[in-house]
Design a protein around this ligand. Sequence first.
Ligand code: PHE
Length: 461
Amino acid sequence: MRSTFSTRMGAIAAAAGSAIGLGNIWRFPYMTGENGGAAFLLIYLGAVLVLGIPLMIAELLIGRTAHADVAGSFRKLLPDTKWYWVGAVSVFVAVVILGFYSVISGWTLEYTWRALTNDFQASVASAQLVTPEAQASQILTMDFNAFAQSQLPPVLWASLFIAINAFILLGGVQKGIERASNILMPILLLLLVALCVNSLTLPGASEGLKFLFEPDFSKVTGQTVLAACGQAFFSMSVGMGCLIIYGSYMGDSTKLGKTALSVAALDTFIALLAGITIFPACYSYGITPNAGPSLIFITLPSVFVAMPGGYFWALLFFVLVTLAALTSTMSLLEAEVTFFNETVGLSRRRAILLSSLITWVFCIVSSLSLGIWDGYRIAGLNFFDFCDFVTSSVFMPLGAAAISLFVGWKLDRQIVRDAITNCNEDSGWYVLPLIWALRIFCPAIIFLIFLKGIGLIPDAI
Ligand code: PHE
């Protein structure tokens, strides 16, 4: 018998755990910072509503109907067709995401350790003994670059992170994934609320809020729209099958629409809270927040060094980011594991071992591409940045379009109706709008954004 989540709350916690991660706390704030603040936020919210939610329902629906791994689900629902490949490619996308994602997760472990040992303060103080005019942010930038570009430490932390994931997955669906999500998600929410309240009480917090909530549309280009949609897909975990897997563990009474809505709402709420935590703190300490990927590893530690009680807040923050990363990586690794377990036929243990090993190889290459292998470039990007770009801006939108077309056109309409209404137990008022959104609206928007993003539609349009 295939396992399922034991409760509806557990199912929501697990899916929210997949969605809420570095995408919300690391990627969302810096993407917002780099793409013009509130204007980006508005496009992002639009993308969550019109693309993210229908797609999330579509993925959960595929999984819950087929009760199989990603590739197996497509095969089961439409045997002897090439749709199977959408699932197989998704597994590859999970490997690529996990490759760079576990590197950053490893950094969060290192930074939790640094916060615990009060290393930010100590490092700034000792550097300022030698060069008194050096600023904290310069010193912490050097520290971060030295660490991220080094060879062994980041790889060791990332390896530890992958091992923790593998250990949790060994516990299975209920005792591993569901239990971990049920414990970690409420802790995460509490930590973030505490951090957010602290940020809002800082002097000058309103400047940061303005940045987040006052739109400047002059900065919006086709690239911004692509970035916002890519961010929505990445943050909601849609477009690559993770939610098909979690859907496949949902019991037949789970309400798919409600689950998707709760998960999307939680995911957006947490991203906003992260923004409300980070931007006011940056402005309050006179630090510009458009720092790119290093925002939480350089900018924030500089803020913590200056903040009263900074030791405590830094520790809370990095524990929070680590936990968020963990529940997401669990879902990514699970996508690989179920493929090797159910489609390839390995035992679950072997599948976990093999998936961890593959992930580990990708993670080593990603990590080294930030240092000694930085010279090897693909399309002008190092391997790490290329993986980030190609997954969120190419594979996830294309995967999302494929999933949308699959449920909209290929799946029998009765199957969709039965899945949404739980065989006529619940109301199905939105079945038709959903089907038409998935048939035409979502794929069309995704293709347009995609063409614009890769420069095939001129900027004047
Ligand atoms: N949604 C996760 C985050 O925001 C990342 C992720 C992407 C997880 C795709 C699973 C699948 O961090």
